[in-house]
Write a protein that binds this ligand. Structure first.
Ligand code: DMJ
Length: 938
């Protein structure tokens, strides 16, 4: 099958029409959605949609305008300090900085957004700026993946729309493929990265010096992520087809071919990280989020853009595996590639939020609706999707860099279902962005969704993707100056024209990869569902799928999901001892441990360690129980670690000209007023004298009724608290004396007591690192009267402004945006104070375990020396049912597993007998994988 055609629902496909659905509806097997919906959630009026579309335009102007005014030609805007982020001039943020190549990243990433948002004049100006100012030959090491999706993709998206506009005859008449020439230049700069025997690219390249030369400072890496190597084909093929230079498409295909060859053959899954020289999987966990996500996306979209069947066959094979092992609706949980019935994590990352959108493109709507609904409930709880959250929907990693994936899926689901519910979802996203992320100089990433604190960061993908998807969500056909359905979205939402599939046919012919096809039709079970089945004349279809999930997040089981395989569950026997019930003082429990081959070691410091020696177990079944018990302990320990952490707190500056816009992440104290249980404390700040607060204050009149600022050091936190309390302070903020420290770079901790009874301390105490503290100190210098709110979570600005005085003040201050800008600047000046070493007892890590028995100590203790096991584990699945109630699914699982086994020749857990050394090898791999996961999480 050639050209844009390819395989489509088993019938011959005309050259273009079906794919014209792709960009807009992303549902190549779906009928246009709006024709489906007739009832259900209240329809949104055209006026309301237009109003929201205009709001998106205004927000884009705010983000783009501030970037152009305050940051350009830097790569990104730092919205809190209102300046450009220039690599080398800011403290390194590690890998994140590899996207920055001193090539005006945000401008290039924004090009095609300007056209989608109907800002043609601005687009024309932006293209001229790119051509005039952007240098692609900088001595800087960049990520091949990020440079491809953001810069090459941005240039190609810009070129695609430039030629479209030129053809229309009004704008861009001067344009002569200059962006394409730049793209080609960049393409050649990236090619040396592919100089490996495998054909997988090195993860980083020096734009000026390439790779493996002494000046290049890169080329010694051995590993890359699967998405990094597998997300090139759209941009590289487009470059080849636009220019006629075949080499780009060839290289990208070769990398994809290699990944396909290396898939784990029995599960058909791929790992997160691969060795670029040997092709060995370095990380064998597998999901649809971080590290793998767009590899899957590009297989399906490469099929759509290039019409090559082998890409669809590969995608379908992987998709089948994903739905079999990773999809546990509404969750998507990472598993091990070689033992896919074993979950590799108990948390999900935010990047997987793109997956429902991809499922729409695939035509598998039901699980897309389910996962999207679950994600939406997490968002409603925290205003944004945290970078990672647990299976019981607690925050695992609280950051949120304004990622667009959820908006992307919302857009595609709306196009597929026409359900106005998704417009309401979009409206919520807009509201939350304006309420919580908008700052005077753009939009700031959330440092912590729980407190509402910000990070001085606005990533380029926010402009490339977020505004595009939000605008398109509310736009009618006539609101866009071209037909969006003629284009496909790259992973960075850049637009590539579908007509590329029929351009340069010689390249297409030369590059078919069908020789890798090894599959039969049974792999296509998930392909192209009939729209009649998807929407069986039922306009309430999407709603009926969401309904049972209504409270899935709020009512989730506290333990979340732990999926472990267990033969004894199959036969109906109860496990002898669950980790959560275990008590080290219970003799019966100790007896069971012994039977399972688990020994209890009392460590010198009073803690207890568990070690399993399967060979010491009473039987193979007991040894297996022991293994499961140890796995549960590991899960439980990491959960308990998190539960014992006091969440961070927020210091919010509420007085003029901040009005609640500045939120600082603060560490809590283990003593004093608990802000999570009590109402927040609000007051003006005053510095204590002495500033370290280590003796009776000499300025009680200044701190009386106020929140005292105290410097860290020289005495215990509790002593400082007592001294300021005695002087009449209503709260205290301890500011780190470690110059330059920041919650960006140092882990937050809680202030411990002094080992004595601290019940006498009644006021709330919070800790700020020096960088955050200096924002308050600078504000005091500039405005004298600075009022702050100490709380567990930043308050909505509307609530802050309820104070009528404040409301008047803000209204009467039209200039306050620009004032805030400077006020929000993080001062680099620091206090002239002696820094004194802290006593170690003063600081108690949030992760510390003072108690004598903690399963946390068992993480590394699951050592298995030998085993007499002969039977293979099967699966036990404890999960949340669709009504959100906790339930034990023994019986259901028994049935489910049996059906699975019948229908899936690859799954034969309960039947096959695995040799002992293979079991041991597997177990060791598990333990390695668990340890690895702990280390490199995302
Ligand atoms: C974007 O740069 C791309 O969508 C990429 O594939 C992964 N996600 C980021 C934004 O979150």
């Amino acid at each position: 099958m050639s050209g844009a055609g390819g395989r489509g629902c088993g019938s011959p496909v005309p050259q273009r029409a079906p794919w014209s659905l792709v960009a807009a509806t992303a549902a190549f097997c779906l009928v246009s959605a709006t024709s489906v919906w007739t009832a259900g959630a209240e329809p949104m009026s055209r006026e309301e949609k237009q109003k929201l579309g205009n709001q998106v335009l205004e927000m884009f102007d705010h983000a783009y305008g501030n970037y152009m005014e305050h940051a350009y030609p830097a790569d990104e805007l730092m919205p809190l300090t209102c300046r450009g982020r220039v690599r080398g001039q800011e403290p390194s943020r590690g890998d994140v900085d590899d996207a920055l190549g001193k090539f005006s990243l945000t401008l290039i990433d924004s090009l095609d957004t300007l056209v989608v948002l109907n800002k043609t004049k601005e687009f024309e100006d932006a293209v001229r700026k790119v051509l005039k100012d952007v240098n692609l030959d900088n001595d800087v090491v960049v990520s091949v993946f990020e440079t491809n999706i953001r810069v090459l993709g941005g240039l190609l998206g810009g070129h695609s729309l430039a030629i479209m506009l030129k053809e229309k005859g009004e704008y861009m008449q001067w344009y002569n493929d200059e962006l394409l020439q730049m793209a080609k230049q960049l393409g050649y700069k990236l090619l040396p990265a592919f100089n490996t025997t495998s054909g997988l690219p090195y993860p980083r390249i020096n734009l000026k010096f390439g790779i493996r030369k002494p000046e290049a400072r890169t080329g010694t890496e051995t590993d890359t992520c699967t998405a990094c190597a597998g997300t090139l084909i759209l941009e590289f093929a487009a470059l080849s087809r636009f220019t006629g230079a075949t080499i780009f498409e060839e290289y990208a295909r070769k990398a994809l071919d290699f990944l396909w060859e290396k898939r784990q053959r029995s599960s058909n899954l791929v790992g997160v990280t691969i060795n670029i020289h040997t092709g060995d999987w370095v990380r064998k966990d597998s999901g649809v989020g971080a590290g793998i996500d767009s590899y899957y996306e590009y297989l399906l979209k490469a099929y759509v853009l290039l019409g090559d069947d082998s890409f669809l066959e590969r995608f379908n094979t992987h998709y089948d595996a994903i739905m079999r092992y990773i999809s546990q609706p509404p969750l998507l949980l990472d598993v091990h590639i070689h033992k896919p019935m074993l979950n590799a994590r108990t948390w999900m990352d935010a990047l997987l939020a793109f997956f429902p959108g991809l499922q729409v493109l695939k035509g598998d709507i039901r699980p897309a609706i389910e996962t999207h609904e679950m994600l939406y409930q997490v968002i409603k709880k925290h205003n944004f999707l945290p970078e990672a959250f647990t299976t019981d929907f607690r925050v695992h990693w609280a950051q949120h860099p304004l990622r667009p994936e959820f908006a992307e899926s919302t857009y595609f689901l709306y196009k597929a279902t026409g359900d106005p519910y998704y417009l309401e979802v979009g409206k919520t996203l807009i509201e939350n962005l304006n309420k919580y992320a908008r700052v005077p100089c753009g939009f700031a990433a959330m440092k912590d969704v729980r407190t509402g604190s910000h990070e001085d960061r606005m990533d380029s993908f926010f402009l490339a993707e977020m505004f595009k998807y939000l605008y398109l969500l509310f736009a009618d056909k006539e609101d866009i100056i071209f037909d969006i359905e003629d284009y496909i979205f790259t992973t960075e939402a850049h637009l590539l024209p579908l007509w590329l599939s029929t351009t340069n046919q010689s390249i297409a012919k030369k590059n078919t990869t069908s020789e890798y096809t090894e599959l039969d039709d049974s792999n296509f079970d998930w392909t192209c569902p009939n729209t009649q089945i998807l929407f069986p004349n039922d306009p309430l279809y999407a709603q009926s799928i969401r309904e049972p999930l209504k409270n899935v997040v709020d009512k989730s089981c506290p333990r979340g999901i732990i999926r472990v395989r267990e033969e004894s569950f199959r036969s109906g026997a109860k496990p002898p001892l669950r980790a959560r019930d275990f008590m080290a003082t219970n003799p019966e429990h100790l007896e069971i441990l012994k039977k399972m081959g688990v020994s209890l070691i009392h460590l010198k410091d009073g803690r207890v360690q568990l070690v399993q020696h399967a060979i010491q177990a009473a039987s193979s079944i007991d040894a297996e129980d022991g293994l499961r018990f140890m796995q549960e302990m590991i899960e439980l320990s990491s959960q308990q670690q998190k539960e014992q952490q006091l969440p961070p707190r927020a210091v919010q500056i509420v007085s003029h000209p901040f009005f609640g816009r500045v939120v600082l992440t603060a560490g809590p104290a283990q003593f004093g007023l608990d802000l999570s249980k009590h109402k927040e404390t609000r007051g003006f700040v005053a510095s204590s004298k002495p500033y370290n607060g280590c003796s009776e204050l000499t300025n009680p009149e200044a701190v009386m009724g106020k929140i005292a600022l105290i410097q860290r050091g020289q005495c215990m936190f509790a002593e400082k608290a007592r001294n300021i309390q005695n002087a009449g302070a209503i709260g205290g903020i301890v500011i780190d004396d470690n110059e330059g420290s920041s919650s960006d770079t140092a882990p937050l901790f809680q202030m411990a007591g002094d080992g004595k009874d601290t019940d006498d301390i009644k006021i709330p105490m919070l800790f700020l690192f020096s960088k955050e503290g200096s924002i308050i100190l600078d504000a005091v210098r500039e405005y004298e009267e600075v009022e702050v709110l100490l709380s567990d979570k930043a308050k909505d600005r509307a609530a802050i402004l309820k104070d009528p005085e404040m409301e008047n003040e803000e209204q009467s201050s039209p200039e306050n945006d620009s004032q805030n800008q400077s006020a929000e600047q993080v001062s680099s000046s620091s206090q002239e104070v002696d820094s004194v070493d802290q006593e170690s007892s003063e600081e108690n890590s949030l992760n510390s375990y003072p108690e004598s028995l903690s399963p946390a100590d068992m993480d590394n203790a699951a050592s298995i020396s030998a085993s007499e096991q002969t039977s293979n584990p099967t699966e036990n699945h404890e999960t949340t049912n669709l009504n959100g109630e906790c339930t034990d699914l023994d019986n259901q699982l028994q049935e489910q597993s049996e059906t699975e086994e019948d229908s899936n020749p690859n799954v034969s857990w309960g039947k096959k007998v695995q040799p002992i050394d293979s079991i041991l090898a597997d177990w060791n791999e598990d333990i390695e994988a668990f340890e690895m996961m702990e280390k490199d999480e995302l």
